[in-house]
Design a protein around this ligand. Structure first.
Ligand code: ADP
Ligand code: MG
Length: 263
């Protein structure tokens, strides 16, 4: 075991999903998903459209409540607390507090259109009472510089390209110093020439040791950054492992079929 391995083993998993089932109406969208993400690692989730990838991410931060199973982030159960040997549902305010410790980057950026880039990034640490306005603005300037937008802090989202907006969204996710950042197809809405700048920022986070869970169709990028690839089909994980195995020697027919289409 490597030194990092020992360090990781001493900490609780960054993400732990156990036996999660999710139905929408009569339709089962997640069918017994279990997954462990070690701290400081990158997990890439692949699967065709409708396989449940977004739902899985949304279950991780309790935007969707699973009908069965449970999720822990950094060792803390999400959406519930233990009372004796029973699990009780958390109040909405407690769920919001938990959610604020999980970064989420959406396909469509979801920036606040009426706020400057600086305020987009500074808003959440102030709203959650973690930082004063001045501290949050200092942090926002640092983070915007880190994503290459230190000279645009006073601009508004509409004045930026999609790639720049997505980089702001990543800075905004970092502002809450989350234990894990979830990305749902972060480059799917971008013109092809803007994809690289966003992947480059995500790559920097990956090499810097931030725990990441990424849904993407960028297979080359997945191969490069992922420690673990998870292949989801009809709400089940049908194959999982390091990129060299899952991408180059897929065992499951569904994984093979998917890869033969996208590669
Ligand atoms: P993916 O991200 O892999 O494309 P999703 O998790 O978005 O898949 O969706 C999985 C399935 O669940 C799809 O059939 C989708 O139509 C359905 N679904 C997702 N969200 C909802 C919802 N809020 N209500 C009803 N059905 C939903
Ligand atoms: Mg999706």
């Amino acid at each position: 075991m490597t030194t990092t391995g020992i360090a990781a083993a001493a900490r609780p998993p960054a993400v732990e999903v156990h036996g999660v089932h999710k139905w929408f109406g009569g339709r089962r969208v997640l069918d017994g998903v279990s997954l462990t993400v070690a701290p400081g690692t990158v997990t890439v989730i692949l699967g065709r459209s409708g396989s449940g990838k977004s739902t899985l991410l949304r279950v991780l931060n309790h935007l969707e409540k699973p009908e069965a199973g449970h999720v822990s982030i950094g060792g803390e159960p999400i959406g519930v607390r233990r009372q004796g040997n029973r699990l009780r549902e958390l109040r909405e305010s407690a769920i919001l507090a938990q959610r604020s410790r999980i970064g989420f980057v959406f396909q469509n950026f979801n920036l606040f259109p009426h706020l400057t880039l600086l305020d987009n990034v500074a808003a959440a640490p102030v709203a959650t009472g973690r930082l004063s306005r001045q501290q949050a603005q200092t942090l926002a300037r640092e983070l915007l510089t880190r994503v290459g937008l230190g000279d645009r802090t006073g601009a508004y989202p509409r004045q930026l390209s999609g790639g720049q907006q997505q980089r702001v969204a990543i800075a905004r996710a970092l502002a809450l110093r989350p234990g894990v950042i979830l990305f749902d197809e972060p480059t799917s809405a971008l013109d092809p020439e803007l994809v690289g700048e966003v992947l480059s920022v995500i790559r920097d986070l990956a090499t810097g040791g931030t725990t990441l869970v990424i849904v993407t169709h960028e297979i080359g990028f997945a191969r490069e950054v992922a420690d673990e690839i998870v292949f989801l089909h009809e709400g089940r994980i049908v194959e999982q492992g390091p990129p060299a195995r899952v991408l180059d020697r897929p065992e499951h027919p569904r994984t093979r079929e998917f890869l033969s289409r996208v590669l």
